[in-house]
Ligand binder design. Structure first.
Ligand code: SAH
Ligand code: SF4
Length: 356
């Protein structure tokens, strides 16, 4: 459904930030450079966040000039920053071509988790999501994802220990660039974040789940479920209407058996929509026999939306019943509640996009 968009070429201004490691290697090969040159360039781009080719002092000046003449080297700028009382910081970043994206920094217990976007906007149209309301602008290049983590870490003055593709966009609708970004983040030449501390969150594109299960790295998978009742899920998440819940469940079962890893299921509780006992029973049924962890998130109200979080007692009831049935469950603490914390809200407000 998003295929024609995902094949759109990136704007020229994305430049070298649109390449994966293999792309940088073939570029160096094209210039007749030795093999180690590609690693040097990657180290400058993602290990040291060079702002220009001139900084790459161990790269020959002639090559630097040729690269500068051919591929822009953009770096995001902070357009807006909101600081929450709990330390969470939310950013609106401007990219090389003027597109803006959001990312969030969450310092906690001496660690720093960065939530980054994989697309500007999103084509999936989830009813409760501010990003979904504004549609897709474009895919992001791998380097544009890594740079979000870098900008946040520099602003907060710490090393990023975790990164989650839970900002704007559907990572599996931009699979190759997302994987390339996770690899730069994981690499000793890049951000050196352990693979298990790199999480990709999907609305449930099974082709992506299948591909991820075959990747050699132990990246962590999160699936946004939000309802185990087909009609409710279809209404909340129109972009994945064509993927029945049984198909999603069987692809998760296959993922678990081939990787031995435990994915998490994200469940944003919305009052009167997916917080009923019928919904709870369906969720229990979905989880039975599946090695998953459930994250319950009281929905974040979005401007112009109908969604509201349920009473805390409903959230507790979901958690208790899941735990009683042996399903590991956490209630995700709300962070940054006093800023525009919900996905897409900052961009929505800054661009004046309507949420209707
Ligand atoms: N497109 C991917 C990743 C980005 S969305 C996905 O859907 O998984 C990141 C998470 O924020 C998802 O679990 C999404 O469902 C959740 N989310 C979006 N809007 C929300 C809201 N208003 N309240 C609570 N969670 C929300
Ligand atoms: Fe896209 Fe995820 Fe928002 Fe749905 S919740 S519209 S998939 S970003």
């Amino acid at each position: 459904m998003t295929d024609s968009r995902t094949r759109d070429p990136l704007p020229e201004a994305v430049g070298i930030k649109g390449l994966d490691a293999a792309g940088i290697e073939s570029l160096m090969a094209e210039y007749g450079e030795p093999r180690y040159r590609a690693r040097q360039v990657v180290r400058w781009l993602y290990g040291r966040a060079a702002r220009s080719y001139d900084e790459m002092t161990d790269v020959p000046a002639g090559l630097r000039a040729r690269l500068a003449g051919r591929l822009p080297l953009p770096f995001p700028r902070i357009i807006e920053r909101q600081v929450s009382r709990d330390g969470t910081r939310k950013y609106l970043l401007g990219l090389g071509d003027g597109t803006s994206v959001e990312c969030v920094g969450l310092p906690h217990d001496g660690r720093l988790t960065v939530c980054f976007s994989t697309q500007a906007g999103c084509a999936m149209g989830c009813s409760f999501c501010a990003t979904g309301k504004s549609g897709l602008t474009r895919n992001l290049g791998a380097g544009e994802m890594v740079d979000q983590v870098r900008v946040v870490a520099e602003d907060l003055g710490g090393r990023p220990t975790n990164a989650v593709a839970m900002g704007q966009g559907e990572p599996f609708a931009n699979y190759d660039a997302t994987l390339a970004a996770l690899r730069f983040m994981n690499s000793p030449d890049g951000l050196e974040i352990g693979a298990r501390h790199l999480t990709v969150s999907t609305c449930g594109l099974v082709s992506g789940i299948e591909r991820l299960s075959r990747e050699p790295e132990q990246f962590t998978l999160a699936v946004s479920l939000h309802s185990a009742v087909q009609t409710t899920r279809d209404r909340l998440m129109p972009g994945v209407r064509g993927i029945p819940l049984e198909r999603l469940r069987s692809s998760l079962a296959a993922y678990i058996s081939s990787t031995g890893r435990r994915p998490s299921l994200e469940y944003a509780l919305i009052a009167g929509i997916n917080d009923t006992d019928v919904e709870l029973d369906a969720l229990l049924g979905f989880c039975q026999g599946l090695l998953v962890h459930v994250n319950l998130i009281p929905a974040n109200p979005v401007t112009g939306g109908f969604e509201a979080p349920p009473a805390p007692s409903r959230v507790q009831r979901f958690a208790e019943k899941l735990l009683d049935h042996g399903v590991p469950t956490t209630i995700r603490a709300e962070r940054g509640a006093d800023i525009d914390a919900a996905c897409g809200q900052l961009r929505q407000r800054a661009t004046g996009a309507r949420a209707d």
